[in-house]
Design a protein around this ligand. Structure first.
Ligand code: SF4
Length: 335
């Protein structure tokens, strides 16, 4: 059953005006986040996933950015909301964990002070109240010795502890939505696993819904109920985790899955990679954006954009191979 929608993005388009031209970073993306749900938006670097999330969270408001579409939350369209109102939502109702804690955290302030800042501002809390809440949240995220560590500076903590501090900062005001932008990318493999476990554990303790952005299908498999696969600023496949992992329909999704290291593969087996590079989004291709890298590309793929084909439930993919006529030619044979 479809969960109750907490946040809904409809036909979002984000274009940056640059000296080189208009970069169409997000090209008509629609998705939703249900209550108490974790969804993932996956794709390679530059596919538009971070831009779309930053736009939804109100972090892309520069005068050189054009934003179209709707972002519906709490009965309002965030695209139309004045920045003053967006600021009230940030930290309080929606917050973000960024990729790299070392560059995000202020090196001249103790981590406790940094965590408390947003709580004091949004909740108008006294220093004592904010301190008590900080210790509570640091315990929740299992930071050892919270009373002592909150008085330390970022450089005095390990990479894993710094990322826990980022999680604490994002959760301090008990937000309804948490955006996690590649939360494990800057960490080594062991710490990555610890942060994924922490986020899974937090889901059982708090009511927050999570939007996870990552290029790492391994992280997604562990956390997300539904997945949106993005390529060149568009969603090319969507479905629940089982659909995407066990029955992927789009050649790009398949290629992403094939590039995940397998524990049972023979030593020395080279890791699969996707040949070529994503297209230039100043002049996106007229047809399917994946055509230049796709082993199944046909003539029509370069000429026209494929529409989404639905496969039941919420599973859908935008690929000409599933268009009625071409599917008939394949005689239902798997790709
Ligand atoms: Fe490949 Fe064509 Fe499908 Fe695009 S539409 S993914 S080029 S088969």
């Amino acid at each position: 059953m479809e969960p109750k929608k907490l946040l809904e993005v409809r036909d979002l388009r984000v274009t940056f005006r640059t000296y080189a031209g208009r970069v169409q970073a997000v090209r008509g993306v629609s998705w939703y986040l249900g209550e108490r749900e974790t969804i993932a938006i996956v794709g390679e670097s530059g596919c538009g996933k971070t831009v779309s999330i930053q736009t939804v969270a109100g972090l892309n408001s520069s005068k050189t950015t054009d934003i179209q579409g709707q972002v519906l939350f709490d009965g309002q369209d965030l695209v139309q909301l004045p920045m003053k109102e967006i600021r009230k939502l940030q930290g309080e109702k929606m917050s973000m964990i960024f990729q790299d804690p070392f560059t995000f955290l202020n090196p001249t302030m103790t981590v406790g002070k940094q965590i408390m800042e947003s709580y004091r501002e949004h909740r108008k809390a006294s220093r004592k109240e904010a301190e008590a809440r900080t210790i509570e949240i640091l315990k929740l995220i299992s930071l050892p010795d919270p009373e002592k560590n909150m008085r330390r500076y970022p450089h005095q903590l390990s990479g894993g502890m710094r990322q826990r501090v980022m999680v604490a900062m994002a959760l301090i005001c008990d937000p309804q939505i948490l955006f996690a932008d590649e939360p494990t990318t800057a960490l080594d493999v062991t710490i990555q696993a610890q942060i994924v476990d922490l986020m899974k554990e937090l889901k059982t303790k708090i009511d927050t819904s999570i939007v996870l952005i990552t290029h790492d299908m391994g992280v997604v498999a562990n956390m997300a109920q539904r997945i949106y696969v993005m390529y060149a600023g568009q969603i090319v496949e969507e479905g629940d985790s089982r659909d995407i992992f066990y029955s992927p329909k789009h050649p790009y999704t398949k290629a992403l899955l094939e590039s995940v290291p397998q524990v049972d593969s023979d030593a020395g087996t080279p890791l699969a990679s996707i040949p070529g590079t994503p297209p230039d989004l100043i002049a996106p291709p007229q047809g399917c954006a994946f055509a230049e890298r796709c082993p199944y590309a046909m003539e029509i793929c370069r000429r026209a954009q494929p529409a989404l084909t639905e496969f039941g439930g919420e599973h859908a993919a935008a690929c000409w191979l599933h268009h009625e006529e071409f599917a008939k030619r394949r005689g239902g044979a798997p790709l």
